[in-house]
Design a protein around this ligand. Structure first.
Ligand code: BGC
Length: 252
């Protein structure tokens, strides 16, 4: 990263909370990781208002850019999908709206892509060449695909089909809870998903991330894949850290 001694704001928007913090250019949190409720409905106006008025955003150095991760396909600062958020976000120029509301340089990106950036630059996949896949298991399944450290954005591989349904309706952390699966039973479903990822992308390494990673010791003995497997290092902060790193990359 070409941004020595700088900081950026990282924001990770989820269906229920907006995690946020100020991050340095080595992926370290300069403020505690905090969360505010996601406004309902999460329309463009309410979401932009909620982010622009976060104390960490109003207090950060003027020169700090803002990175925002969303559970959405985002191209050129425009939201194209809105899983768990209000459908009126689709088509919204969120980067431009946030930039106008905060006076900062803004980069918006998919949440799993953001988590992947944190892991590839400073976490579980640091220094790993070839193809790396970062998967986040939470409400859905997010995917961040990297080749030689470069992100291929918006892969949406939680929407691969398994047994005729989206993978995130079979193997997300939400489904584990909803169906009352024990760790070995859930790991079996994850293994079927990892086999699909292995056969289509042949990654060197798959990083397992998302909220479920705090239970890695419970399910990792049951995981099987051709790729090497590692738990994500940044845990719940990955989206915040990665969003900030993306903002620093663009603002560098
Ligand atoms: C969304 C992705 C997102 C993932 C994790 C999926 O439902 O389609 O864009 O990365 O959830 O939040």
């Amino acid at each position: 990263m070409n941004s020595v001694g700088r900081s950026a704001l990282g924001i990770d928007v989820g269906g229920s909370s907006i995690k946020h913090g100020l991050v340095d250019d080595a992926g370290g949190l300069l403020t505690p990781l905090e969360a505010a409720p996601t406004p309902r409905p999460a329309s463009p106006e309410s979401l932009v208002g909620a982010i622009a008025t976060l104390p960490v955003v109003t207090a950060a150095p003027e020169s700090s850019p803002l990175g925002v991760a969303l559970p959405s396909v985002i191209r050129g600062g425009i939201v194209h999908t809105a899983a768990n958020l209000d459908h009126t976000l689709i088509g919204a120029p969120v980067s431009a709206l946030l930039s106008a509301a905060t006076g900062r340089q803004v980069v918006c990106l998919n949440d799993a892509d953001a988590a992947g950036l944190a892991e590839v630059h400073y976490g579980a996949a640091a220094g790993v060449g070839g193809v790396v896949m970062v998967l986040t298991f939470g409400t859905g399944i997010g995917s961040g695909l990297f080749s030689e450290g470069r992100l291929v954005p918006n892969t949406e591989l939680g929407h691969l089909q398994m047994s005729g349904v989206y993978a995130d309706a079979r193997a997300s952390a939400r489904i584990r809870t909803a169906e009352g699966l024990d760790w070995p039973a859930w790991a079996q479903r994850v293994n079927d998903y990892l086999a699909l990822i292995d056969s289509l992308f042949w990654p060197e390494l798959i990083v397992i991330g998302g909220g479920v990673v705090e239970n890695y010791a419970h399910f990792s003995p049951h995981l099987r894949a051709r790729a090497a497997l590692r738990p994500a290092r940044f845990g719940a902060a990955a989206g915040v850290v990665g969003a900030a790193l993306a903002a620093l990359q663009v603002a560098a």
